[in-house]
Design a protein. Structure first.
Length: 270
């Protein structure tokens, strides 16, 4: 979808919702908000619809208010408030329908209030403030380092046992999130951090490390875990315990079927 088509969809959506007497507001999120970065060919539409109390369930279940509803090939009730819908073109909508009080459960970063028939703007400002407060708490590097190292060990052990899918999950979800958090804590993020997803725009903030992480994650589980461990030792320094890293390295050797070498004071590197 071109930026022009993206904007045209929003204009049509706004017109349709403005014609709904039960609708109090429309909040555009993410790339639809008008805040950088701008939408591209892969951007979906994220938004909140705000309704009068007691009317929200109708709009969650009856999607005739969406543009081109007949072209929808998928509609999914994702959460109590949220819905996903996809068009035949592959274009995705992710939206939630709230009444004014339910807005308090939301979390947002980039947003724009496009329709406000009540105090939607004030409610969204409070939601944004709560989100910033929840996501700006100081990072506990000890906790993230422990989670990272244990996730690397678990992923390798699962893969060695034949549970490769579980190994992939622990490596590419848990370990990656904790490592990305620590790397951004150590090296900064150039103002590109997404409050709700630490991996978003990582490559723009730390391009060399982003490329190295991407290359590592293309490897089989045990090799990828070894690469992430080596990167952690090199980049994180005192944020990770050397002895704990050694313990994880021993697990990785066992996962490969290799016995770790026991070092003594007389042992020298050759």
């Amino acid at each position: 979808m071109t930026p022009e088509a993206h904007a045209a969809f929003i204009a049509t959506l706004l017109d349709r919702l403005a014609a709904e007497p039960d609708v109090l507001g429309l909040v555009l999120l993410g790339s639809s908000s008008g805040q950088a970065p701008a939408p591209d060919a892969f951007s979906d539409h994220d938004f909140f619809v705000v309704t009068q109390a007691g009317r929200q369930e109708r709009l969650r279940n009856e999607l005739g208010w969406l543009p081109d509803e007949a072209d929808l090939v998928l509609r999914l009730r994702e959460t109590a408030h949220g819905v996903k819908a996809m068009y035949a073109s592959g274009h995705l909508l992710e939206f939630a329908v709230f009444d004014l009080d339910e807005l308090a459960v939301a979390r947002v970063n980039r947003y724009r209030v496009a329709l406000d028939r009540a105090d939607v703007a004030a409610r969204m400002a409070a939601v944004h403030h709560a989100t910033r407060a929840a996501t700006s708490a100081p990072v506990d590097p000890t906790w993230h380092a422990g989670q990272l190292l244990t996730a690397l060990a678990v992923s390798a052990g699962r893969a060695a046992r034949g549970e490769r899918l579980s190994g992939h999950h622990h490596l590419r979800n848990a370990a990656l999130v904790h490592l990305a958090t620590l790397l951004r804590t150590r090296h900064g993020d150039g103002g590109s951090r997404d409050d709700l997803d630490i991996t978003r725009r990582f490559e723009q903030a730390l391009p060399a490390l982003g490329a190295e992480l991407d290359a590592a994650l293309r490897l089989p589980v045990i090799d990828a875990a070894s690469a992430l461990l080596a990167l952690s030792r090199r980049e994180l320094g005192d944020l990770v315990s050397p002895r704990a890293c050694d313990a994880v390295a021993a697990v990785l050797l066992r996962a490969r079927g290799e016995a770790p070498t026991r070092r003594t004071d007389a042992t020298t590197d050759r």
